[in-house]
Structures are given as structure tokens and as C-alpha cells.
Design a protein around this ligand. Sequence first.
Ligand code: 2NL
Length: 371
Amino acid sequence: MAYTVPKLKDFSPDALDKAVAKLLSALEKESSSVKNEADKKSFRDRWLARKDGVLTQINDLWLKSAPKDAKREVGQRVNKLKGEVETKVDAAVKRSAAEKTESAIDISLPGIHRAIGAEHPIIRTQNEIVAVFKNLGYSVAEGPVIETDYYNFEALNFPPNHPARDTQDTLFLANQESKPRREQLLLRTHTSPVQIRTMEKLTPPLRLVIPGKVHRNDPPDASHSPMFHQVEGLAVDTNITFGDLKGTLDHAMKSLFGSDVKTSFRPSFFPFTEPSAEMFVSCFICGGSGKRGNDNAPCRPCKQSGWIEILGCGMVDPNVFEFVKHNGYDPEKISGFAFGMGVDRIAMLKYGLDDLQLFFQGDVRFLEQFA
Ligand code: 2NL
């Protein structure tokens, strides 16, 4: 039963002592069960509320109704009692506040386990490719994804009406028509513009790799995406030859795919290199045989050819150097090789995937396998 303040008939010191003792023991008991914020408030209200708290009731039921000759005695006790009740209530409120902060920082509890993220498999592959060239002494540079027509096409020797400049292939920003062509903004279709920007800043000799995102107006399917990744390289110096290109890339492929892989170069065409080539690596899935396993199943990644096309490359076209000749790139004095590779496709081969879209769908069940 909760304590209620009794009406007093007997105002003798003995009777008063008893009544006070009863009240204090009730206070003690109630204060020990104060646990949380809500308890605190109702405890304080019950004892100290001006309107109908226990102290107010004592004032009314004990002091006001005391006979004249007992008033002094009752008054002293009630005053003392007020002090005691206030001290007790304050202590209980503070105590439960202290308990609360203690429990909030219980350092003996095991921590909350949060799975930390991991590098996306494409970015991991990109970093691995970049690391191979860093080890050869190449610098790494990055540049804007939104580019001008000048850096993306003109300075790279694309003729004015080259099909790559068509909106079929290139994503242009809106409302560019009123600008002169060279200033029109687009999403870079390769990382090559960063090579031009860097040659404008740094004089030869130069060894440079550029990783980054590029965009083309391709609808997404198992092997295409409107956004993908490239790593592009450039070496400029006196007497750089096609032999340097072959040696460098052969070394890079052995670092990436294992020292058993062979490389093969076939003639190709790019507007910014002459001569140009596509480089193939011997299939690191079937070892170049075109067949897999005991039952000689056809090897899918190399389409049974034993070779996988991995990148495009070539000797920098002198026309490209003409655009940066003012910064020491005189095609009569220096030469260079360049190459570019698609990171997403290499990551697919590396992880044995047949659907490029898995990389971009953000499905945790797929991504957490790389954590
Ligand atoms: C490909 C082919 C290539 C380059 C990129 C380049 C850059 C400058 C000058 C000359 Cl500044 N060339 N880059 C050269 C040949 C091929 O990329 O198929 N990439 C995925």
C-alpha cells in the first residue's frame, strides 16, 4: 500500500515522532525504486508538488490543524521534515541520473559489429593496373569527367566529322549548340584528354598513367555500359620506339596475369596513334589451348581462340604532339607510345563473370563476395 499522509488526532511529541518515522520510512522505500526519467518526475511530484504533494499535505493536515498549544512543536518538526524530504528527493534524482550515464558507457559490453566496406572489384582492378606502372616509375594523374570537345577530340587528332563525335557515341551536355565547337562540353569518352592536359603542364620526358571513369552512349547489356573505366598510359622521351612499347606492355601483362602469359600485337587504327595495334594476351583461363577441363569444353573467355584482346596501343601520332609543341613536345625531337585498356572487362575476366551489369547493380550479395 502506498503511503498516505494521516490526519493527526494526537499531537503529543511521541505521536509526532511516530508519524514522522513512518513518513521517512515510506520516503526511503519509494526513493529506492526510482529508476528512470519517468520515475524521477512522478517521485518528485508526489513529494514536492506545490498543489498536492506530501509536503503540502503535511502542512495542511498536521500544521494547520494542530491545536494552538502544539503549533510550535509541530511547526519545528514539519520544517525539519521539509529539509529532509527535499534532500532525499534530490539525492534520488541525482543517483538515477548517475546510474543512467554509467550504463550508457558500459565498457565491458562487446562492441557493435559493423561490417566495414570493401573496395569495389573494378576499383581494385584499376588500382592493381596502376600499381604495375607506378612500379615502373610512372606518375599517376586524374582529370575532369566533363570535358571540352577540344581536349576529348580535336587535340587527339579526331577529324571534324569523325563518327565518334556524333551523338550516337558521345554524350553531350545540354544547350551546347551556341558555343564554338571546341568549347562544347561533353562526358569524356576516354581518359586521353588528361594526357593532353598533363603535357600542357609537364615537359618531356614523361611517364604517365591515367585511371578514371568515361562515358559513351551505349545501352547497357552483358558487355556494355554507358559508364565504364579506363587506364591509359603514355611515355614520351627521346628515342622511344615500338620495341619499348612491346617490352613495357609485355612486362605489365605478366605482372597482372602471371609470368606464363604471352602477348601478341596485331595492326589496328586509332586517330591519335600511328602505327596502332591491338594487344592480345594468351588466354589465362585455358592456357591458350582454347579448351577447358577433362571434357575439352570450349573456352568461353577467349572464344576458343586461345587469345584475349586486352588493350589498344600505338606510337603517338606527330599530329597530337603539334598541339603541345609549345611545351617541349617537338615531334622532330621526341617520340612516345600510348595505350589504353578497359578496366571493367579485365575485372570481368579476372573474376570469371559473364555479366558486366553485376558490377553496377549494387546487389550486396554480389559485392560482399569481394569484401
Ligand atoms: C583502347 C585504346 C588507346 C591511346 C589510347 C593515347 C593518348 C595520347 C596520345 C596517343 Cl595523349 N594515344 N592513348 C592510344 C592508343 C589506344 O586506347 O581501346 N582503349 C580501351
